[in-house]
Write a protein that binds this ligand. Structure first.
Ligand SMILES: Cc1ncc(COP(=O)(O)O)c(C=O)c1O
Length: 394
């Protein structure tokens, strides 16, 4: 199929409150059987009623698949976008978006603190195609303006809160700077999830997600998404997604949708537990610094309070005694599982410098060795506090 003309698409179709959309957008009962959950269309191809006679526009599952369409419609509704596209991973989503909007010779401003895999995509892959990047302190809007005035950028790539340092970027202010400079503002909304933050409403041109994280929510699926406000950009993305093929599989789309139905209640509990953990750590003598936007002393607290509905479930902290002490804490927890990833119902602990962010070692994005990152789950808060207390040096 060519540019996606006539293909069933992940356009926003419904209105309602967030929790209603999470449960119903794209998820009408199955017209054939009344099944209240969208079926898993585990199928590659579709019978045609005569050559070109497509039923509901479905032709081949790389181009479109009904389970993926349901997920895409739901994501478009939750982010308030015109269109969403679901991918095989967050990195596939990022790659497709960047290739849809950048050409050789373009520059992208990236955060000085970002997910290591995103940095690797710019540093090791896109640089080979003459798309250059420049790390900028994006939490400082005047630094963004200055960088845009120095050399035009095609894209400004924002994470907020950032992975792993939990810095907060003022999306509306950076969006204004991007509009004036003709740059596309992309926001990686993985840490916040659409329940806590909607970057398109604040002026961003595109939102990306690793749906592997809070959207899926159960550490059982890898996926990604792009959501855009502009239908023309949506068409370009759909063309490239079909042309290059890193689509979400039907079962993965189904699992992600199942996770999304409880996103709102999960995010509430993640936030409550994370606030308790951050407060406990702040008072602990073995901890030198706690990075959590919900703490009033966090440099991004006010901006976060303005643009987010809550402060999320991610907490980072620095351990007295340096890297070895931080690594030792990661090895002593019992309820927090030592592992990469985040956003699942179970609590995870990791050492970014040696794990998720090993790919930024020696770069301007290098993370401190004494840093520990927590993905605070939705277990009993008392158990989480107790577990961290016994893992920290006395
Ligand atoms: C903020 C952020 N963006 C993007 C990604 C990449 O997503 P995926 O692992 O689904 O490819 C990750 C993965 O950890 C992430 O944390």
């Amino acid at each position: 199929m060519s540019a996606g003309a006539g293909r069933p698409a992940g356009h926003r179709q419904e209105a309602g409150g967030f929790e209603t959309l999470a449960i119903h957008a794209g998820q009408e009962p199955d017209p054939l059987t009344g099944a209240v959950v969208p079926p898993i269309y585990q199928v590659s191809t579709y019978a045609q009623d005569g050559v070109g006679g497509l039923r509901e526009g479905y032709e081949y599952s790389r181009s479109a698949n009904p389970t993926r369409t349901a997920l895409e419609q739901c994501l478009a509704a939750l982010e308030g976008g015109d269109r969403a596209l679901a991918f095989a991973s967050g990195m596939a989503a990022e790659d497709c978006l960047l290739r849809a909007v950048c050409a050789p010779g373009d520059q992208v401003l990236i955060p000085h603190d970002a997910y290591g895999g995103t940095y690797r995509l710019f540093d090791k892959v896109l640089s080979g195609w003459q798309v250059s990047y420049r790390p900028v302190h994006l939490a400082d809007t005047s630094a963004v303006r200055q960088a845009l005035a120095g050399r035009p950028a095609r894209v400004v790539w924002v994470e907020t809160p950032t992975n792993p340092l939990l810095s907060v970027v003022d999306i509306a202010a950076v969006a204004q700077a991007c509009r004036e400079a003709g740059a596309l503002l992309v926001v990686d909304n993985t840490f916040a999830s659409p329940y806590l933050q909607n970057p398109l409403a604040l002026g961003a041109g595109a939102v990306v997600h690793s749906t592997t994280k809070y959207l899926g929510g159960h550490s059982d699926v890898v996926g990604g998404a792009v959501v855009v406000a502009d239908p023309e950009l949506g068409e370009r993305l759909a063309f490239l997604q079909n042309a290059t093929g890193a689509v979400a599989a039907p079962f993965d789309a189904w699992l992600t949708l199942r996770g999304i139905r409880t996103l709102a209640v999960r995010m509430e509990r993640h936030g409550l537990n994370a606030a308790r953990v951050a407060n406990m750590l702040s008072a602990h003598p073995a901890v030198t610094e706690v990075l959590y936007p919900g703490l009033p002393g966090h440099p991004g607290h006010e901006v976060a309070a303005k643009q987010m509905r809550g402060f999320g479930g991610m907490v980072a902290f620095r351990v007295r005694g340096g890297e070895e002490a931080a690594v030792a804490v990661c090895g002593r927890t019992r309820v927090f599982t030592l592992g990469e990833s985040l956003g699942g119902v179970e609590s995870l602990i990791e050492h970014p410098a040696r794990m998720t962010h090993a790919s930024v070692a020696g770069s301007p994005l290098e993370v401190p060795g004494d840093l520990v990152r927590l993905s605070v789950g939705i277990e009993s808060g008392d158990d989480l506090l107790e577990d961290l207390r016994q893992a920290l040096p006395r």
